[in-house]
Design a binder for this molecule. Structure first.
Ligand code: MIG
Length: 668
């Protein structure tokens, strides 16, 4: 057995990202299997034919990242096709697993390119935009142990409040209080369990942060109370941009205190997002971050106990410069018979007005009194926004654990909040992407996570939604969310399988004690909640290449269906297991499987859970919400005859804004 070692190498003058919380002595000479260019910007590693490469958190493609080129660059791109290089989160941690197993964390707050066998199929080449970064090399004897040591380095993952393990419904376009009431009523009257309904930008006055449109949401405080009486938490969105408007308090204060990001001339940097022109609070400036964080108090005082931070890459619809350029191009081409190259130029300039990298070069932060161009620290912006809120929550409401998750992220933010996977689509391939991203996110510390169930963009169908739900019932963040203008996809909108939707939602609630307990174990022990089969069944050539099954916690395996019109799927059983075919939490059949390949029938209205040998699955009777779960109904299925114990965690009181969990060792 190899001993674990963690080496830190420092090149140039790194900007402190605060991703790592442990002190590590600085080493001098890189191990001989890592090549580095003279300018220190390119790291090269040879890959053996069967080596696997894991990590990179929020990214496209499989669990094994080989065969593509990725970039860590917080990117507001809602079209997650397999040829994209970056999504919203930037997570520069990779692990090479093979004869020689080691992890690399490139701690750098801007673009890092991970060419994982793209240019040369047998090479991993990492290119860092600047030669100012820290590199951590973690060696150990297994992928699992490398993750554990990496996670110790970056600190304990955020633990969401218990209620946030219940089902949550969202949609961008719940236009007023009555629309929200109708969602709640429909869930309750259909007997569909639910714990939260989201408020997207529609609740704000002209898309201004920390305002409420009084006409559409009159007497907001009472409305929050009314929802709470029905055991519903309302979760409002907060955007990164602050509307420029005379008399708008947040804008006026931010301007007066000089807390907004600047441009190259020292004026406030102006971009346009939802409200039209906005300024961005300088979250990298501690004073500005504290100031913005305090603003959440306005909503917390009205009873709000959960938030989602959006558009914090930051997303920019256009800047004045970029818009002028596009309009000039259009004017220049007016009435001309344009050929292909001018047509492309026109198209690119118009599309290019959003999230343009050149605009990021015009934004300046004040970090500890020094002006730093955004283009050097891009990936920290969303993280610093979210930290500003999380830190403020502890001051504002130390007796509450407030739900928080963000769209943009860098490693380190996992200590403060969760993330959701951003604007996915109602595509079958995105169920699989959802599944594959979960373990990669866990490796980088993000445990409280999930995708928009049913897909955000595009039109959802009943069968897609059912299959997606069958995966979603296992994700800590379990939220159905969709975009303005797409087909409504709340579960009650589909009538043919109402019973199945109810049963699956109830099954989630039956599983909550297990999911919560396994989540806590993963957080406390720096483990994965979603483990690739290759991590657990090492040396089993089938298990090592499985990309569409996961272990969830320590006791079960899942194998969701992600193809349309499928009546089941092939499943690889890596060891003796008991398959539980659930029609409902209390209506299931058990089948024993020995190791091998099987075609397993999984009708649209069923979920199959595979319980591992000598393990059990705890289930509780479902309730309409987490608060009404009755733990005295807890019972076990699986290998119950063998004198097992199960360690259950429940939510205790909150201290300093954090849940103190309670541990119960139950004998079965
Ligand atoms: O550009 O607030 O990812 O969840 O519904 C769209 C509207 C802005 C993007 C988020 C999405 C949210 C939407 N927002």
């Amino acid at each position: 057995m190899k001993t674990t070692s963690i080496q830190k190498y420092v090149f140039g003058k790194p900007i402190d990202t605060k991703a790592v919380i442990k002190d590590v002595d600085i080493s001098e000479n890189l191990p001989n299997y890592i090549g580095i260019s003279d300018d220190k910007q390119t790291i090269a590693i040879s890959l053996g034919e069967s080596d696997k490469v894991y990590g990179l958190g929020e990214a496209v493609r499989g669990i094994n990242k080989r065969g593509w080129i990725y970039e860590t660059y917080c990117n507001d791109d809602p079209v997650h096709t397999e040829t994209k290089r970056s999504l919203y989160g930037a997570h520069p941690f990779v692990m090479i697993a093979g004869n020689h197993t080691f992890g690399l964390f490139v701690d750098f707050p801007d673009r890092v390119t991970f060419d994982v066998g793209y240019t040369d199929i047998n090479k991993l080449q990492i290119t860092v935009k600047e030669a100012n970064y820290s590199l951590y090399v973690i060696e150990s004897d297994s992928p699992r142990s490398i993750v554990k040591h990496f996670r110790q380095l970056i600190g304990k993952s955020y633990i969401a409040p218990f209620w946030a393990f219940g089902f949550q419904q969202s949609r961008w376009s719940y236009a007023n209080a009555d629309a929200v009431r109708s969602v709640i009523d429909n869930y309750r009257s259909n007997g569909f369990p639910i714990d939260a309904v989201y408020l997207d930008i529609d609740y704000m006055e002209d898309f201004k942060d920390f305002t409420i449109n009084e006409e559409r949401f009159p007497n907001f405080k009472k409305f929050v109370e009314e929802a709470k009486e029905k055991n519903i938490h309302l979760v409002p969105i907060i955007d990164a941009g602050v509307k420029i408007e005379k008399g708008y308090k947040i804008y006026e204060e931010g301007k007066a205190l000089s807390y907004f990001c600047k441009d190259e001339d020292g004026n406030d940097f102006i971009a346009a997002v939802w409200p039209g022109k906005v300024c961005f609070p300088d979250f990298l400036n501690n004073a500005a971050a504290n100031w913005f964080g305090e603003k959440y108090k306005y909503l917390i005082d009205m009873g709000i106990d959960g938030f989602w931070n959006d558009m914090n890459e930051p997303a920019i619809f256009y800047s004045e410069k970029r818009l002028d350029k596009a309009i000039d191009t259009i004017a220049e081409l007016k009435c001309r018979n344009i050929g292909i190259y001018d047509y492309f130029r026109l198209k690119d300039t118009v599309y290019g007005i959003s999230n343009n990298p050149d605009d990021y070069k015009s934004i300046y932060h004040s970090i500890d009194g020094t002006q730093v161009c955004h283009d050097r620290v891009h990936n920290l912006f969303g993280t610093c926004m979210t930290k500003s809120a999380a830190n403020a929550f502890k001051r504002i409401a130390p007796d509450k654990n407030i739900l928080m998750f963000s769209r943009a992220s860098y490693i380190g933010m996992h200590r403060y909040s969760g993330i959701w996977m951003g604007d996915n689509q109602s595509w079958w391939s995105h169920i699989k992407l959802n599944l594959q991203m979960l373990p990669s996110l866990n490796m980088c510390g993000f445990l409280y996570s999930g995708a928009d169930i049913g897909g955000f963009g595009d039109n959802c169908t009943e069968d897609l939604l059912l299959r997606w739900l069958a995966l979603g019932i296992f994700t800590p963040l379990m939220r159905n969310h969709s975009a303005l203008g797409t087909r409504d996809q709340e579960f009650y909108r589909f009538s043919s399988h109402k019973e199945a939707f109810r049963s699956l939602l109830q099954l989630r609630y039956s599983l909550i004690p297990y999911i919560y307990s396994e989540f806590i174990k993963a957080a406390e022990n720096n483990e994965l909640l979603f483990t690739p089969l290759s991590f657990e069944y090492r040396g089993d050539k089938y298990a090592e290449s499985i990309e569409d099954q996961l272990l969830v916690g320590e006791n079960i395996m899942i194998a969701p269906v992600y193809e349309p019109n499928a009546v089941g799927r092939y499943v690889y059983i890596p060891e003796e297991m008991t398959a539980v075919h659930f029609k409902a939490y209390d209506d299931y059949t058990l089948h024993q499987y020995s190791k091998g390949h099987y075609y397993i029938e999984i009708p649209l209205n069923e979920v199959v859970v595979f319980i591992r040998k000598n393990k059990v699955l705890p289930l509780v009777s479902p309730a309409d919400c987490t608060a009404n779960l009755d733990m005295s109904t807890l019972h076990f299925i699986g290998d119950v005859a063998k004198g097992q114990t199960y360690t259950l965690y429940t939510e205790g009181k909150v201290e300093n804004g954090e849940t103190v969990v309670q541990k119960h060792v139950l004998s079965i």
